[in-house]
Design a protein around this ligand. Structure first.
Ligand code: ZN
Length: 441
């Protein structure tokens, strides 16, 4: 879900500081603020709970990417187009990248470009350097079976069960069953897995249950929570135990859990692509027991990008973004997002959601596709399709969620059709198949 307002006012107050310092306001993205400094005074130049980058991991990409390509992706996708100059200098034959924003005189990492003329596949990031994922064009032809042999990781957004209320991805109307985003996404992931496997894909679920992947439950994050509160509000403030507890919870489900998923995807699963499944929501007011319903229902699909200058100044965000860029992730990712968005739009009939702020940008002529800098798409070092269909607190969506999953078609909320879960899964599966079919041709 992508609307910060659903979480109430406290988060907004905090996000004032976080956004100013380069944090991201929004869904799984909310509250990824300036670095709390648990490891010492220099940690402010890292995002919360981020390890310092190992810049040598770019070594495999020396001489692989043309300068013109690097600049195009940096200016038109990866950043907001304005905010990278203080941390990166483009020369004709190389990019000079600040390795640490904290140290004025820190050594800059020099990434050499490929020759502009006559460059082969390496110039498009297709060289032998280390990346674990394959673009569709490298998978070999598979006429009529575009998903055959493709390894797809499904990341069911958020948690569920006993964690859903903590995450504020939970509401209930009267005595009806509670609506929990993390349960809905897992249900969709299971349905989607069946469709993709039937098409020949190898499918991994990043999480299989409502339980977290991270071993750092909130009690283990108390020190980091205190440091984060101090970073946001200053040392002269006395924090209540309740504030510290809630901050530790936020670090648990919004940061530590997503970092654990990134680690599992990059180091264990190593798929060809990731689909992050979410449901959207509009502001449902401060009481999840009496949610306000919205008349708006919409769809969008996110690629990664649009870093602000403040975000690009954070060492880990700059590193993750550039590691994706040199691998040629953005173009493949946008191609996949475009196809999934088109098929989801057809399956759902939903209009495109439009961002009004500067935290997202259009990256193709598809009005459903936006680039946005989320922890949950930045930490995956392969193409990510991040889907945001359906406003959970829209009356028709609520009725369809209450109807649950079913075979065939039924009339729900005055409209005859498949279950919402099957509609969602089918749209994504058809979109992936279309993108892979075109790419493998
Ligand atoms: Zn979500």
């Amino acid at each position: 879900m992508s609307n910060g307002k659903a979480l109430g006012r406290r988060r907004f107050l905090r996000m004032g500081a976080a956004a100013a310092a380069g944090g991201v306001v929004g869904c799984s993205r909310r509250g990824e603020g300036p670095a709390a400094p648990p490891e010492g005074p220099r940690a402010w130049h890292l995002s919360e709970l981020a390890p310092p980058p190992e810049w040598s991991r770019l070594d495999g990409w020396q001489g692989q990417v043309r300068g013109s390509e690097f600049r195009r992706l940096l200016e038109t996708v990866s950043t907001d187009g304005a905010g990278f100059w203080s941390a990166l200098e483009l020369r004709e034959d190389r990019a000079l990248i600040r390795t640490s924003t904290a140290e004025e005189g820190a050594e800059r990492y020099a990434l050499r470009f490929a020759a502009e003329a006559g460059a082969g596949p390496a110039a498009r990031g297709e060289g032998p350097a280390a990346r674990y994922w394959r673009r569709a064009g490298e998978m070999g032809r598979s006429p009529g079976r575009p998903l055959e042999g493709v390894h797809i990781a499904l990341d069911a957004g958020h948690l569920g069960g006993r964690w859903a209320q903590m995450e504020a991805r939970w509401y209930r109307v009267g005595s009806s069953p509670a609506v929990m985003e993390g349960e809905l996404t897992l249900q969709t992931a299971r349905r989607l897995r069946g469709l993709l496997e039937a098409g020949g894909a190898r499918v991994s679920l990043v999480r299989e249950t409502a339980e977290p992947l991270t071993a750092q439950e909130p009690t283990a994050l108390r020190g980091a929570a205190l440091a984060s509160l101090v970073a946001g509000q200053g040392t002269g403030v006395v924090f209540r135990e309740e504030q510290i507890r809630r901050e530790a919870e936020r670090l648990f489900y919004r940061t530590s859990e997503i970092r654990a998923r990134g680690q599992r995807v990059n180091e264990v699963l190593r798929p060809d692509l990731v689909v992050c499944l979410h449901f959207n929501a509009e502001d449902w007011g401060g009481d999840a027991g009496q949610p306000v319903f919205s008349g708006r229902n919409h769809l969008h699909v996110l690629a990664h990008g649009c870093l602000s200058g403040a975000e690009f100044a954070l060492d880990d965000q700059r590193f993750d973004t550039l590691l994706r860029l040199v691998q040629g992730v953005p173009d493949e990712e946008i191609r996949l997002c475009d196809a999934v968005a088109r098929h989801l739009a057809r399956a759902t009939g939903l209009p495109a959601y439009s961002y009004l702020g500067k935290n997202a940008r259009r990256v193709s002529d598809n009005p459903y596709v936006w680039a946005r800098n989320l922890l949950a798409n930045r930490v995956y070092h392969c193409p990510v399709v991040f889907t945001e269909p359906y406003v959970m607190n829209h009356a028709e969506v609520f009725a369809r969620l209450q109807a649950g999953d079913y075979e065939g078609e039924r009339e729900v909320a005055g409209r005859r059709g498949p279950s919402l879960f099957r509609e969602y899964a089918q749209g994504v599966a058809d979109g992936l198949a279309a993108a892979l079919e075109a790419g493998r041709a």
